[in-house]
Unconditional design. Structure first.
Length: 73
């Protein structure tokens, strides 16, 4: 039996940008804190690609939020 699951689009990219800006961090500063390039942060925020799941705890810690906050509507 196949179930149809309704999944709303989750905009992790928008959340990362929103929280980063609320902390007054540039993409470069944020990238340095995570050990990634500013270009990587830019790609995350544009939705070109997403951070590896292993970054989620550090993203939440640096941005002062919970991991769940990236996935809530």
């Amino acid at each position: 039996m196949n179930e149809i699951i309704n999944i709303n689009r989750i905009s992790i990219s928008d959340r990362i940008k929103e929280y980063r800006r609320s902390r007054a961090l540039t993409q470069g500063e944020f990238g340095r804190l995570l050990g990634v390039s500013p270009q990587a942060v830019c790609k995350w925020e544009r939705g070109v690609c997403y951070p590896d799941i292993t970054f989620l705890p550090d993203l939440a810690r640096i941005l002062g939020c919970r991991i769940d906050d990236f996935f809530e509507e």
